[in-house]
Write a protein that binds this ligand. Structure first.
Ligand code: PHE
Length: 455
């Protein structure tokens, strides 16, 4: 069923909308709805948002386009792609780094996705209606206190995600995302309407949109960069892998803009749903990873039709998480199966077991066994920090440098124009950004955060 010449037994996406839906499905996930609000909340709100948007445009878009280009031109997994482009050189290490990041991200991501499953069950069994904000917080804490329930859900989620990946690209991933993603957007807009009509909502909107740059530190700039990478699914080869399934006729530039735009809008819409509720129900915007689970149930408890909206929301959030984890898992599976000659099934099982072990430890480290930590930070936080704020930006830096200087201008232009099919009038700006802006911006933020330089 391959639509691409050359590599005949590879799967591929079946349509243009399918490409955008699957790539957007990877980008849109817990990163937008769970992580963006909590990171913005911890890093000052409005000013964070501005820096974040700047990073999306100056760094996110070019890295995304570079990844898709590498993927489509080589039709290989990240490791194989670099080896095919620069045989005998060390560039394949970018692929190796991506595979390490994939394990780490999937491990902490599956923990939160597991909470989403628990909350789906709570929504189905009508456990939010009539609850006071304090009771909603209590619900979350007693869920964590059981110890075993979060683990059970994390493992369930890993199993579900693995079974989708096992069925392959077009049948598994594409079909899923096409239908469900648009529904999620509609639902968030409905939540937004309820949130901004809550008493005291303006306080929350102010927090999200009124920049106060005095709250910005070197650490929060790094968080904004890490979040931009995390949310767009870039820097670790996910989009090299997805790019490798894209048909030669697709317009990569257009797909990049569509996906980044969708992803960013959904993060902002999620913020608009959450911050008014944070202030209306007296929750701290700096509540960390628990934030969304402490705020949203309050909205459901207070809105007409809250039962059905809550249920739909947690269902779709689970699906959004799933379309992201399958894209992360796909990186590892494509590597195992293409480079180590494993069957797709064996590769998926092996990867899932590894992720489950790391996932269980990171789940425990959050609430039940804070002793599982490195340098005083719980394992969950370590995995999250090292992958999003270090490995992804570093991967992104190497990817743009590679495309800017080593990929070859002619080859690049061929990919961006799909061999003359499109104009790609952005070509010069793009090349300028990946040569002279994006790599330096990423390097500056990284150096600032390890203290080599100080802004
Ligand atoms: N972008 C996804 C999200 O926002 C997470 C992700 C990160 C997916 C890295 C793939 C690679 O939920």
């Amino acid at each position: 069923m391959s639509h691409i010449s050359g590599n005949d037994n590879r799967d591929s996406f079946g349509s243009k909308f399918g490409v955008i839906a699957a790539t957007a499905g990877s980008a849109v996930g817990l990163g937008n709805i769970w992580r963006f609000p909590y990171i913005a909340g911890e890093n000052g709100g409005g000013a964070f948002l501005i820096i974040y948007l700047l990073f999306i445009i100056l760094i996110g878009l070019p890295v995304m386009l570079s990844e898709l280009t590498i993927g489509r031109s080589t039709q290989r997994n990240p490791f194989g792609a670099f080896r095919a482009l620069k045989p005998g050189q060390k560039w394949f290490w970018v692929g190796v780094m991506g595979i390490a990041a994939a394990f780490m991200i999937n491990a902490f991501y599956s923990v939160v996705a597991g909470w989403t499953l628990e909350y789906l069950v709570k929504a189905v069994t009508d456990q939010f209606s009539g609850k006071a904000p304090g009771e909603i917080v209590g619900q979350f804490n007693s869920f964590q206190a059981t110890g075993w329930r979060p683990l059970m859900w994390t493992i369930s989620f890993i199993v579900i995600s693995g079974s989708v990946v096992m069925t392959g690209v077009e049948k598994g991933i594409e079909k899923f995302t096409k239908v469900l993603m648009p529904i999620l957007v509609v639902l968030i807009v409905i939540l937004d309407i309820r949130a901004i009509t809550l008493p005291g909502a303006s306080e929350g909107l102010k927090f999200l949109f009124e920049p106060d740059f005095s709250k910005i530190t070197g650490a929060s700039i790094l968080e904004a960069l890490g979040q931009a990478f995390f949310s767009l699914s870039i820097g670790m080869g996910t989009l090299i892998t997805y790019g490798s399934y894209i048909n030669k006729k697709e317009n990569l530039g257009q797909a990049t803009v569509a996906v980044a735009f969708t992803d960013t809008i959904i993060a902002i819409l999620a913020g608009v749903a959450i911050f008014p509720a944070v202030f209306a129900f007296g929750i701290s915007p700096a509540s960390g990873p628990d934030l969304v689970f402490l705020t949203l149930p309050n909205i459901f408890s207070q809105m007409a039709g809250g039962y059905i909206f809550g249920l739909l929301f947690f269902f779709l959030l689970t699906v959004a998480a799933l379309t992201s984890t399958i894209s992360i898992l796909e990186v590892v599976v494509a590597y195992f199966s293409e480079e180590l000659n494993m069957s797709r099934k064996k590769a998926t099982i092996l990867a899932s077991v590894g992720i489950a072990v790391l996932g269980i430890l990171s789940s425990l480290s959050l609430h039940k066994a804070p002793g599982i930590s490195i340098a005083g930070v719980n394992l969950f936080g370590v995995l999250e920090f090292v992958s999003s704020n270090v490995l992804l930006p570093l991967g992104g830096l190497l990817i743009v440098v590679f495309v800017a200087w080593l990929f070859g201008k002619k080859h690049l232009k061929e990919e961006l124009t799909s061999f003359g099919l499109y104009k790609a009038s952005y070509y010069r700006i793009y090349l300028f950004i990946i040569r002279y802006i994006a790599p330096f911006a990423i390097a500056l933020v990284l150096m600032n955060s390890i203290g080599i330089i100080r802004f």
